[in-house]
Design a protein around this ligand. Structure first.
Ligand SMILES: *[C@@H]1O[C@H](CO)[C@@H](O)[C@H](O)[C@H]1NC(C)=O
Ligand SMILES: *[C@@H]1O[C@H](CO)[C@@H](O)[C@H](O)[C@H]1NC(C)=O
Ligand SMILES: *[C@@H]1O[C@H](CO)[C@@H](O)[C@H](O)[C@H]1NC(C)=O
Ligand SMILES: *[C@@H]1O[C@H](CO)[C@@H](O)[C@H](O)[C@H]1NC(C)=O
Ligand SMILES: *[C@@H]1O[C@H](CO)[C@@H](O)[C@H](O)[C@H]1NC(C)=O
Ligand SMILES: *[C@@H]1O[C@H](CO)[C@@H](O)[C@H](O)[C@H]1NC(C)=O
Length: 620
């Protein structure tokens, strides 16, 4: 008895907290027991993981410490692992580290080759690895391409035959910028900037109707030069360069960008004096029309709070096309904002201005000039975004946010409060997620730690429940009710992502009118008893409605319990476990309790075995 009351006390305080932080909590928690995670153990331990899609469905390449792996989750026997450049550091002092960590990984030549670069001590090298013959490659110097250190993120982008990189040019660390290699237009670099910068992500702004106008965006944070004590330590920015840029003339901006502009990204709630200044991660959802492509950016305040702000490429482009320059006295000759086919032909005064002024005055603001999409105290680290076509012909967007503990939150994009569909727990113990890769064609997510890579099937729906109502209330765009189970959504499954209104089940004729399960129990006078009701949703409110009024649950082991301390005639009647969520309410279970003398001959097989078990525990 004492045990369960103590538990009750603890759980009821938790419940009160849950109520306050309701929308920061996942509706359901899915572990290995609930969802088929497929795992791959990485040989050794790795300081970072670079992930790219493999040649088959459900396969990926993983770059790590010394090793390039091909992991096939469908056919694990096909998985391969090769060690790269083992102990081949050239021309180095014997005291230097000679470790090789893969820092850049791209699939190129239509998937026939993997482009791999790594630290190789402090003499980074790259090589082209044929897909058919993993491991064989001739390495070449990665000077200005790959970072010197495994710690430096240095994102890069391989588009067609051009490689855009952001690695530091100097080992002392003050040469961050954007550099283009290979291709036909020549190598172009940024001028070194002594201000501390860290690049977070790169993306193409396009494809546009006129390919000459395509741009590359680089998202980065920079140490704030404003030393005012109130000023933020970091500012988040986007840098654009034109893909067509060929650099300047011999005298001005020779082999340097002539189209480089920067603008600040704003994310905050000014009326609450909340400013999210430091960008942590970015993912881009490309739309058919590039102006509608969306940039999902994860920020932090620097003291723990996180926010996700959403920008359109159209809005970013608008700032670069129309804003005044920040430090430039107006009026002054207008600099051309269009990309040009041959930048070497630009007039000297234009090149000179592009050399002197880069920063835009206007801030880039989130969609509809609104507040952040989401604000949370959870320590999110990575963001990935996917879209799913719903049965309502609406494209639903789902965000995946990694937590520092190794978990992943699956979040529905909607107006209004955040809705965390589920918390996925891919790892068996607390760990640090190094990277995430979304394979949108197969709806699989790969998450990696220093020792493991786990595949998550985003269309794993069974755990939401065994009734249409449970499936619909989950509001998971990947899932729907097919008449017998909650399964991957298709044209023929029932769902209501927008509202989670379980009544669509009945309207669709997919289920009989909803009737709660009902049990009649006959108890000896003075008997102790426990009534139970399953808890599925962390967002729902569960309570017992009975002749004496309404009672909150006693929560234990995923059940909502009600304790009858001593059966008596006045306690006779109907006990209903009522679940309410998102404005929808239904009775899950109903018990009719009677005292034994009044109900002689009642079939005792109606007693739920779980109740008998609980009674035995409690009376013990
Ligand atoms: C791990 O590495 C060791 C030594 O290189 C090797 O013998 C073993 O087969 C590798 N394991 C896997 C799973 O590749
Ligand atoms: C370095 O960056 C700062 C801030 O963006 C800018 O004001 C400065 O002009 C840059 N320096 C060079 C050399 O580009
Ligand atoms: C893309 O969207 C913009 C803004 O909504 C519009 O002006 C433009 O015509 C669209 N382009 C195409 C090719 O549909
Ligand atoms: C932004 O505005 C458009 C059009 O007014 C609307 O369709 C869209 O839902 C809004 N987005 C957000 C996040 O409010
Ligand atoms: C790969 O997955 C896609 C999407 O699920 C499917 O259409 C395709 O048939 C699969 N290909 C192979 C070879 O299994
Ligand atoms: C309990 O509910 C059932 C149907 O839900 C009803 O028939 C019955 O009369 C109720 N019993 C009491 C004691 O109210």
């Amino acid at each position: 008895m004492l045990r369960i009351w103590t538990l009750y006390a603890v759980l009821s305080t938790l419940n009160a907290e849950n109520a306050l932080e309701y929308h920061h909590n996942p509706r359901i928690i899915l572990t290995e027991k609930d969802m088929p995670f497929r795992r791959h153990s990485r040989n050794g331990t790795h300081a970072r993981s670079e992930l790219v899609q493999g040649q088959h469905n459900d396969s990926i390449y993983v770059g790590g410490h010394r090793m390039l792996s091909y992991v096939d989750f469908q056919t694990p026997s096909q998985s391969k692992e090769v060690s790269m450049f083992e102990n081949k550091c050239r021309d180095q002092e014997p005291t230097d580290s000679c470790e090789y960590d893969i820092t850049i990984l791209h699939k190129i030549s239509g998937g026939k080759e993997v482009f791999v670069c790594g630290t190789n001590g402090i003499l980074p090298v790259c090589c082209h690895v044929p897909q058919s013959q993993l491991g064989s490659c001739g390495s070449f110097s990665a000077e200005g391409i790959a970072p010197f250190s495994v710690e430096e993120k240095a994102p890069s982008l391989y588009i067609e035959d051009e490689l855009y990189t952001t690695a530091n040019l100097y080992i002392r660390g003050d040469g961050v910028g954007i550099h283009r290699h290979y291709g036909t237009k020549g190598k172009i670099s940024s001028r070194a900037n002594k201000t501390e910068q860290r690049v977070v992500a790169m993306a193409i702004s396009g494809p546009r109707a006129d390919p000459v106008q395509d741009r590359i965006y680089t998202f980065f944070v920079e140490r704030n030069l404003d030393r005012h004590p109130e000023a933020a330590h970091w500012v988040s920015q986007v840098m654009q360069v034109c893909k067509a840029d060929r650099g300047g003339t011999k005298n001005i901006l020779d082999r340097h960008w002539t189209s480089l502009l920067t603008a600040r990204l704003y994310c905050g709630i000014p009326e609450k004096a909340l400013h999210f200044n430091r960008l942590l991660d970015v993912d881009v959802l490309h739309a058919a029309n590039w102006t509608d492509s969306k940039v999902y950016a994860l920020f932090t305040t620097g003291w723990g709070m996180r926010a996700v702000c959403i920008y359109t490429m159209g809005a970013i482009d608008h700032v670069f096309m129309t804003s005044r320059f920040k430090h430039k006295a107006e009026p002054a000759p207008i600099q051309p904002r269009m990309c040009v086919e041959n930048s070497k032909n630009l007039p000297p005064e234009v090149l000179r201005q592009m050399k002197d002024y880069q920063e835009m005055k206007d801030l880039i603001r989130p969609v509809n000039a609104s507040s952040p999409f989401m604000v949370s105290y959870r320590h999110y680290r990575h963001i990935r975004v996917d879209t799913v076509m719903g049965r309502d012909h609406v494209r639903h967007t789902v965000l995946f946010l990694s937590l520092e503990s190794g978990k992943v939150h699956k979040v529905l994009e909607q107006a209004g409060p955040t809705f965390i569909i589920a918390e996925l727990q891919p790892f068996r113990s607390r760990t640090h997620i190094q990277n995430m890769l979304l394979q949108t064609s197969t709806k699989k997510m790969y998450v990696s730690s220093s020792s493991e890579v786990v595949e998550l099937d985003l269309r794993s729906c069974v755990k939401y429940g065994q009734r249409c109502e449970d499936c619909v209330q989950a509001r998971d765009p990947y899932c729907g009710w097919d008449g017998t189970k909650c399964t991957a959504a298709s044209r023929d499954t029932v769902q209501d992502v927008k509202h989670g209104n379980y009544m669509v089940c009945e309207e669709e004729g997919r289920t009989d009118k909803y009737v709660a399960s009902r049990h009649v129990h006959s108890l000896p006078p003075t008997a102790k008893y426990v009534l139970q009701c399953p808890i599925v949703s962390g967002h729902a409110h569960y309570s017992w409605h009975h002749p004496g009024g309404q009672t909150d649950c006693l929560l234990a082991e995923g059940l909502c319990l009600m304790l009858i301390e001593k059966m008596a005639p006045e306690l006779e009647g109907n006990y209903s476990c009522v679940f309410s969520e998102g404005g929808y309410q239904r009775t899950l279970v109903q018990y009719e309790l009677q005292t034994e003398s009044r109900a002689r001959g009642l079939d005792s097989s109606l007693l739920a075995p779980g109740i008998l078990l609980l009674c035995l525990i409690l009376l013990d």
